[in-house]
Design a protein around this ligand. Structure first.
Ligand SMILES: NC(=O)C1=CN([C@@H]2O[C@H](COP(=O)(O)OP(=O)(O)OC[C@H]3O[C@@H](n4cnc5c(N)ncnc54)[C@H](O)[C@@H]3O)[C@@H](O)[C@H]2O)C=CC1
Ligand SMILES: CC(=O)C(=O)O
Ligand SMILES: [Mg+2]
Length: 628
C-alpha cells in the first residue's frame, strides 16, 4: 500500500474515533507545513542552502524577502527545477559527456562526478537536493552512500570546498563546551559521529571520515524525514595511523597533497576517552535531546564506547547494533524463504566470517533471538551459541585460542566438539563450509550438518572464493543463504554472479553494497537483496526522537529489527511503541508522554508520518514581519 493510501486510511480511522482536540491539533501541525522564521533578507537568503529556493521564489516572496531583481524573472515550479537539474544540469551537460568518456558507463570517475554535482546542489539549495535524492533514491543512494561515499572519503581532502558539519580535534580539548555554540542551529535532533578509524572496509581515513557522517545523515533526511536543518555530521579528529595521510616532513612544502586532518598518530587510552567524553558532554549540554549515532569506529573502541555511554546518553552504535538488526531480519527472512517455521531459526547453522564490531554485533543479536525462541532461559541462551561457527583472519575460533577478545569468547567452539566433527582450531572457511560433521550419540550415526548460512563481515573482497562457494554448495538447507555484507563493493566477500553460478539458483543472496539482479537465463532472475544497516538506522533514530526515549534499549533495537519491512515509518512506530512500553518515552515537541501513551498503533504511525520532514519549500517569514 502506498504511503498516500496508508495515510488516507489512517486519517479516516482517526476521524471515526473522534480523537480529542489537542491530539488532533498536534497531528495537523505537520512538520512540512510549519512556516520557517528567518533572520536574514535579500542576497543572504539566496546564499543560504537551508532557505534558498532559487528560481522557485514567488513574486510576493521576492518582494517580502527583498530578493526581487536578484534572480532571473522566470518563476519556475519545483518540478521544472527538478527537470532542469536532472535533464539539463546532470544528464546533458556533464554526465553524457562523462559517460561517453568512460568505457563501461559505470566507473569511479562517473560516480564521483555525480557526487560532485549533487554536492554542489546540496551547497546551494538543500530542499531541492533532498527532493531529487528522495525522488530518485535508487539511483542516488549508491552515490551519497555506499559504494561511492567510500571513494569520496578516500579523496575528501582533495574534494573539500565548503564546510559541512563540525570537527572536534585533539587540539580542541577544553574548548568543546563553547565550540558547540558555533553551530548555527538551536535544535539538533541527530548527530552522526565518526573518528574516521574504520571507514566502511577501507580502514583508517582520518579526518576524511566526515564523508560517512554526511552520507548517513543524508539517508536520515531522505528515508526518515529528519529535518536537514536539525542534523549535524561530526568528525572527531584524534590523529590517524594511516601513514599516507601524515605529511612527510621532508617534502611538506612541496607536497601537492595535504591532508586536512591533524598531523599526528592517533591518541589512545585515557587521552582518547577524555576527548570523546568531552564531546559527548558538550553536545548533550547544548542539545539535551539529541541522538548520537556512532559510526565506523574501529572495533577496539566501538564496543567500549557503546558500553560507556549507552545507559547515560541517547546513543547507539550503528555498526554493532544497526547491522545486527538488519542481519537478524535477513536471517529470519531466509528461514521464511525456506518455507520453515520461525521456530526453526534456532536450528540454523550459521558461519560468520569476520569477528569485528559488525560480526560480533550480529552474533550476539542472532543468539539472543534464538534464545528467546527457545524459551528465554539461561539454558536456551547457552544452547543457542552452538549454532555459530565464527572465523577471523586466523580461521575458525575455538577455545584453544589464547588471545581471544572478550566479546568473541562466548562464540569460541568447544575443542572436543570440534575434534569430533573433524575440524580444528584455525580451520579454513573451505573446511568449515565443507562439512560440520557430528556423531549422533544415541544412534551412533554420522550425520553431516552443513551450514545454512554463510555471512561475511570481514572487509575482505572475494573471501567467498570459488573453493569456498563449491564447498558451501553441499549445504543441507533447501535455500542456503549467502550474505556478503562487507562494504564498499570491492570488499564484498563475493558477487551475486559468483554465488548464483556456483552454489545454485535457489540461494538467497544479500550484499552490503548494491549489486544488480542476475539474469539466470530462461527468464529467471537471481535477486540481489541489499543487507545494509541503512534499512534500520533511520527508523531507530526517528522512533527514538519522536518517543523522546531517554536511552536506546536492546528491546527498542529488537523491535526495529523485527519490524523491518523497508518502511522506515513502520520501524520508527515500532521503536516508539517499545519505548512507551518500557516507560522510556518522554514525548517530543507538542506530544507529551501522557498523550503518547494514549495513542494506538495507527495513531503512532500517523504521528510518525506527520513529523517526517518533506522536501517542500516552506513559507518563509522574516522575523520582523511577525510583529506586524
Ligand atoms: N552491510 C552492513 O550494513 C555493514 C557492513 N559492515 C562491513 O563489515 C566489514 C567489517 O567491519 P568491522 O567488523 O567493523 O571491521 P573489523 O576490521 O573490526 O573486523 C573485520 C573482521 O574480519 C576478520 N577477517 C579478516 N580477514 C579474514 C579472513 N580472511 N577470514 C575471516 N575473517 C577475516 C578480522 O579478523 C576481523 O575479525 C566492513 O567491510 C564494513 O564495511 C559493517 C557494518 C555494517
Ligand atoms: C554500512 C556500514 O555502516 C559500514 O559498512 O560500516
Ligand atoms: Mg558503518
Amino acid at each position: 500500500m502506498s504511503n498516500f493510501y496508508l495515510q488516507a486510511r489512517l486519517s479516516s480511522n482517526l476521524i471515526m474515533k473522534g480523537l480529542h482536540y489537542k491530539s488532533l491539533r498536534s497531528f495537523t501541525t505537520m512538520e512540512c507545513h510549519r512556516p520557517t522564521i528567518l533572520n536574514k533578507k535579500g542576497i543572504d537568503i539566496l546564499h543560504s542552502p537551508w532557505f534558498n529556493k532559487g528560481t522557485a521564489f514567488s513574486m510576493t516572496e521576492r518582494d517580502r524577502l527583498e530578493v526581487r531583481g536578484l534572480l532571473p524573472p522566470n518563476i519556475m515550479t519545483e518540478q521544472q527545477q527538478i527537470d532542469r537539474f536532472i535533464y539539463i544540469t546532470i544528464t546533458e551537460a556533464d554526465l553524457k559527456k562523462l559517460e561517453t568518456n568512460v568505457s563501461n558507463g559505470h566507473s569511479d570517475t562517473l560516480a564521483l562526478a555525480k557526487w560532485r554535482i549533487l554536492n554542489r546542489l546540496h551547497d546551494r539549495n538543500e530542499t531541492m537536493y533532498y527532493k531529487i535524492l528522495i525522488g530518485e533514491i535508487e539511483e542516488y543512494a549508491p552515490i551519497v552512500y555506499t559504494p561511492t561515499v567510500g571513494l569520496v572519503c578516500q579523496k575528501y581532502s582533495g574534494l573539500f570546498r565548503r564546510p559541512r558539519g563540525m570537527y572536534f580535534s585533539a587540539a580542541d580539548r577544553g574548548e568543546m563546551m563553547s565550540m558547540v555554540y558555533n553551530w548555527p542551529a538551536d535544535q539538533v535532533d541527530m548527530i552522526v559521529v565518526t573518528d574516521g578509524s574504520r571507514i566502511l572496509g577501507l580502514g583508517d581515513l582520518g579526518v576524511q571520515g566526515i564523508g560517512i557522517s554526511i552520507g548517513k545523515l543524508d539517508l536520515y533526511v531522505a528515508a526518515a524525514g529528519i529535518n536537514p536543518q536539525r542534523v549535524l555530521p561530526v568528525m572527531i579528529d584524534v590523529g590517524t595511523n594511516n601513514e599516507a595521510l601524515l605529511k612527510d616532513p621532508l617534502c611538506k612544502y612541496i607536497s601537492l597533497f595535504q591532508d586536512l586532518g591533524l598531523q599526528q598518530h592517533r591518541l589512545e587510552g585515557e587521552e582518547y576517552l577524555s576527548i570523546i567524553d568531552e564531546f559527548m558532554e558538550a553536545v548533550f549540554l547544548r542539545w539535551p535531546h539529541v541522538i548520537v549515532q556512532f559510526e565506523d569506529f574501529q572495533t577496539k573502541w566501538a564496543s567500549t564506547l557503546l558500553q560507556r555511554y549507552r545507559n547515560t546518553y541517547r546513543m547507539f552504535n550503528d555498526d554493532v547494533q544497526g547491522t545486527a538488526g538488519v542481519a537478524v531480519a535477513g536471517l529470519l527472512g531466509a528461514v521464511r524463504a525456506q518455507e520453515k517455521m520461525m521456530i526453526d531459526f534456532p536450528k540454523q547453522n550459521i558461519v560468520v566470517a569476520g569477528a569485528g564490531s559488525a560480526g560480533v554485533g550480529v552474533l550476539r543479536a542472532a543468539r539472543r533471538t534464538m534464545a528467546r525462541m527457545l524459551g528465554d532461559s539461561q539454558a536456551a541462551y547457552e544452547s543457542a551459541r552452538s549454532q555459530f561457527w565464527v572465523l577471523d583472519a586466523n580461521g575458525l575460533i575455538t577455545e584453544e585460542r589464547t588471545d581471544i577478545d572478550h566479546d568473541v569468547k562466548p562464540f569460541a567452539r568447544n575443542t572436543l566438539d570440534i575434534k569430533r566433527r573433524g575440524l580444528r582450531e584455525g580451520a579454513s572457511l573451505v573446511e568449515v563450509s565443507l562439512a560440520i560433521k557430528y556423531r549422533l550419540s544415541y544412534c551412533n550415526q554420522v550425520q553431516e550438518v552443513k551450514p545454512d548460512v554463510l555471512l561475511g563481515l570481514s572487509a575482505v573482497g572475494g573471501l567467498f572464493s570459488k573453493e569456498v562457494l563449491e564447498a558451501f554448495k553441499g549445504s543441507t538447507s533447501t535455500r542456503p543463504a549467502i550474505f556478503a555484507m562487507s562494504n564498499p563493493t570491492k570488499n564484498a566477500e563475493c558477487t551475486p554472479e559468483e554465488a548464483f553460478s556456483i552454489v545454485g539458483k535457489n540461494i538467497i543472496f544479500a550484499s552490503g553494497s548494491p549489486f544488480k539482479n542476475v539474469d539466470l537465463g530462461n527468464g529467471e532472475i537471481g535477486y540481489c537483496n541489499q543487507g545494509n544497516n541503512m534499512y534500520l538506522f533511520p527508523g531507530i533514530g526517528l522512533g527514538t526522537l519522536l518517543s523522546g526515549a531517554r536511552i536506546i534499549s536492546d528491546g527498542m533495537l529488537q523491535a526495529a529489527a523485527e519490524w523491518i519491512r523497508d518502511i522506515t515509518k513502520v520501524v520508527a512506530a515500532a521503536v516508539i511503541q517499545e519505548a512507551i512500553e518500557e516507560d522510556l518515552a518522554e514525548g517530543y515537541r507538542e506530544m507529551t508522554t501522557r498523550e503518547l501513551q494514549r495513542l494506538n498503533k495507527e495513531e503512532i504511525l500517523l504521528h510518525v508520518e506527520n513529523n517526517m520532514w518533506k522536501p517542500d519549500y516552506p513559507k518563509l517569514i522574516y522575523k520582523d514581519e511577525l510583529s506586524i
